[in-house]
Design a protein around this ligand. Structure first.
Ligand SMILES: [Zn+2]
Length: 75
């Protein structure tokens, strides 16, 4: 498989993907194929399902996740 944007090669690696639900963000370590040229990420279907599940869980029961920082807004 090649990158659909730049035709670069893809390498499989673990990436930190950010999932957002409203003002809450969650970081998930997932496997992706990453373009060596433009760094576009391609996720396998299983990972997409997992990220969607995390998003739902973040909305509903965020107390099960360990906070690692806070998000601030500059007024
Ligand atoms: Zn690319």
């Amino acid at each position: 498989m090649k990158c659909v944007f730049c035709k670069g090669s893809l390498v499989k690696k673990m990436v930190e993907e950010e999932v957002k639900a409203g003002n809450d963000h969650i970081l998930a370590e997932v496997e992706a194929e990453v373009c060596v040229n433009c760094h576009e990420r391609y996720f396998p279907q299983g990972t997409i399902d997992y990220l969607q599940k995390l998003k739902k869980e973040l909305k509903n029961k965020k107390e099960q996740f360990k906070p690692v920082g806070q998000v601030f807004r500059a007024a």
